[in-house]
Design a protein around this ligand. Structure first.
Ligand code: CTP
Length: 405
């Protein structure tokens, strides 16, 4: 199965129980898979494992208290709840499960669980009699009903000497369960082609025209599409990012190279997503030698580059085609105009006039338009936004396949 934990943000909750020591191994293994981990311990967990161990292994301060003057400025409970792509509690004691089932929030862990919209996974660990107790079973049923995923427990010999259900699942199985939470089949069996990053247009051997695109959004879309089961090809302009290992990556520099690569790869593509910030113009001439500095004004003649998105959209047998739009004003009007002008199936528009969003930032917001509708995806880390966008693209693709426009 694809490693879907890369670049994910995981809150690991550790509550009181002998299995708390396995939290150290779990932290290490989640990070090994490329995810970031923030550990939140309950007071009872301190009886079983020291926070310093988890701090060293996660590379982040370990938090426990809801009211922490130092932390609230940086990573408060709401921030932590928003930051998380998933929350996993391992081990989860009967006490923590009882609190969660009844909406109590008297420490940081239970508060984060209540405040997050991220999936919650729970690995119970307790004495078998406590697990089988009617109260615990009722709490488990309630949590399951609300979409909480219960991993385990396993059966066997327990630390207290009894034998029965209540052992925490092995770390391997917890990692599998967490990974599976990020994998779906929304695009299973489909071929997705994504463009990403800027393009670069030479002026002379050392200078070029380009833009501030980092490629983050396109790479995140490629990853999210692969996690949704698609066979993904990513055509990327110059970027410092590494492509997900399950994605076929083709590196290009100029807009024309990108256009050629897209046209070569288009055959059999079901969905084309143009996330690249293609440089609209290139210099009409490219100096063979470095241009020398002079006192006179220098005029560069720019000629337009091919519009890759419009070219794909104009094809008779085109894939479901998704474009991006960066707008500084009248977002909906301009995005809808672009949808029509380029003849694409969907446009994801973002307001680049807002501070701390867009090109180089980690966060973004998107307003997505298609001929019969629209949806707003509020500001979130680009990886999270990409997953939401890919889910929406999958939904529209399947609707479109049933009732083509
Ligand atoms: N695009 C493309 N090839 C180009 C230019 C743009 O494929 N030569 C794609 C981009 O990948 C993006 C969308 O078209 O999906 C952006 O369209 P564009 O017309 O460039 O819009 P903006 O960047 O928003 O710029 P403007 O409003 O100035 O037209």
């Amino acid at each position: 199965m694809i490693n879907a934990l890369r670049q994910k943000r995981i809150v690991l909750g550790i509550s009181g129980g002998v299995a708390a020591y396995k939290g150290a191994e779990l932290t290490r293994r989640i990070r090994e898979r490329g995810a970031r981990v923030r550990v939140v311990m309950t007071r009872a967990a301190y009886q079983f494992i020291g926070p310093l161990t988890l701090q060293a292994l996660s590379g982040q301060p370990v938090r426990t208290d809801l009211f922490d003057v130092n932390a609230e400025a940086g990573m408060g409970h709401i921030e932590l709840a928003r930051w998380a792509d998933a929350v996993i509690i391992a081990p989860a004691s009967a006490d923590v499960m009882g609190k969660l089932a009844h909406g109590l929030a008297d420490d940081l862990l239970t508060t984060v669980c209540l405040a997050t919209s991220a999936p919650l996974l729970i690995a119970p660990a307790m004495n078998q009699q406590m697990w089988l107790a009617a109260a615990t079973q009722a709490n488990v049923a309630l949590l399951r009903q609300r979409g909480v995923e219960i991993l385990g427990p396993a059966s066997g010999e327990q630390a207290c000497g009894e034998v029965g259900p209540g052992r925490m699942l092995e770390v391997d199985r917890l990692i599998e369960g967490l990974n599976a939470r990020f994998v779906n089949d929304a695009l299973a069996g489909l071929k997705v082609l994504v463009t990403a990053g800027p393009t670069r247009e030479a002026i002379d051997p050392v200078r070029y025209l380009s833009n501030r695109s980092s490629g983050k959004m396109g790479y995140a879309i490629a990853r999210a599409s692969a996690e949704a089961g698609a066979a993904v090809t990513l055509i990327s302009g110059p970027s410092n990012l590494t492509a997900p290992e399950t994605v076929r990556c083709i590196a290009v520099t100029t807009a024309r190279e990108m256009a050629e690569a897209v046209s070569r790869e288009l055959d059999g593509t079901n969905i084309f997503i143009a996330a690249a910030a293609v440089t609209d113009y290139r210099s009409a001439t490219v100096g063979e030698q470095k241009l020398k500095r002079g006192d006179e004004p220098l005029t560069l003649t720019l000629v337009p580059n091919p519009d890759i998105l419009a070219t794909v959209a104009a094809q008779a047998r085109r894939p479901f085609t998704v474009g991006f739009a960066a707008e500084t004003e009248q977002l909906a009007v301009n995005a809808r105009a672009k949808l029509e002008k380029k003849g694409v199936d969907m446009i994801a528009a973002n307001d680049v006039s807002l501070p701390a969003q867009g090109f180089e930032s980690d966060d973004n917001n998107l307003s997505v338009f298609w001929p019969q509708g629209e949806r707003i995806l509020p500001c979130a880390p680009k990886e999270k936004l990409a997953r939401q966008l890919v889910a929406l693209i999958a939904e529209r693709y399947h609707a479109h396949a049933r009732h083509p426009a």
